[in-house]
Design a binder for this molecule. Structure first.
Ligand code: PGA
Length: 242
């Protein structure tokens, strides 16, 4: 794992955007795995800026998002589809048919999940996967527990996650209790992974992610087995590293 400690959020966003631009330059038809949440917002802003300056072209890429809340329609302002349109898809030239989002629809969800992984494989696999990390060590919505699931699946969100994400909703009760997420197998099959973390609420999770131990209580710790992971953290998120 390569660990890059930066001074602030702006630098984190620029470094992450640079890695994506390099990937798309090297492979204009790159398959990108994309993350939502507050952490990558600055990275998307940077990508939109670089695109408007003609420094990167997204017209050939294919995207697969990591996760989506169950039951939130694509038009819902807190759905991850809405987020992606707002932060990237509506701001750059990218072909709609090349955008892949997990379904928010609970009908036939198992079949959807199976087909989502098949779609990733049919696209040639993910070249570069962007990840955030939960304060509880989750990646995507792969929550800590006794077991971790390999394929894309429907997951019950933990109380920690519901509480953390309630800042985006009118109340804790309004946060969906389930989500569809890529599994750890789907994530680990990506050629390259970048994980972003900012703020001291992520410091313990980051420390446990790079600790040399793998535990299902910190799902991100499995990334230690991946051969090409770059972790970009600000000073606060790096604050507990020795
Ligand atoms: P955040 O979420 O970027 O909003 O902190 C990250 C995550 O929960 O994976």
């Amino acid at each position: 794992m390569e660990l890059i400690i930066v001074d602030n959020y702006q630098e984190l966003s620029e470094r992450a955007a640079m890695l994506i631009v390099a990937e798309v330059e090297a492979k204009p038809r790159a398959v990108l795995g994309l993350a939502t949440g507050s952490t990558p917002e600055g990275m998307y802003a940077e990508l939109v800026k670089l695109n408007s300056e003609g420094k990167v072209d997204f017209s050939g890429i294919t995207t697969f998002n990591l996760d989506e809340y169950a039951g939130l329609a694509p038009e819902h302002e807190q759905s991850y589809y809405y987020y992606m349109r707002h932060h990237l898809f509506n701001q750059v030239k990218i072909r709609a048919e090349q955008i892949n989002m997990p379904s928010c629809d609970l009908e036939n969800v198992d079949q959807f999940c199976f087909e989502y992984d098949q779609r990733i494989a049919a696209a040639g696999g993910i070249d570069l996967q962007v990840l955030g990390i939960g304060g509880n060590g989750h990646i995507g919505f792969n929550e800590p527990g006794d077991q971790l699931r390999v394929p894309t699946h429907l997951v019950d969100l933990t109380e920690d996650t519901i509480l953390a994400n309630s800042r985006f909703f009118s109340s804790v009760e309004a946060v969906p209790k389930q989500a569809v997420t890529m599994g750890l197998g789907s994530i680990m099959l990506a050629n390259k992974i970048i994980l972003l973390a900012a703020g001291k609420a992520k410091a313990e999770a980051i420390t446990r992610t790079v600790s040399g131990l793998i535990t299902t209580s910190v799902p991100a710790s499995i990334l230690q087995l991946h051969r090409d992971v770059t972790i970009i953290v600000d000073r606060e998120a790096a604050g507990l590293l020795s």
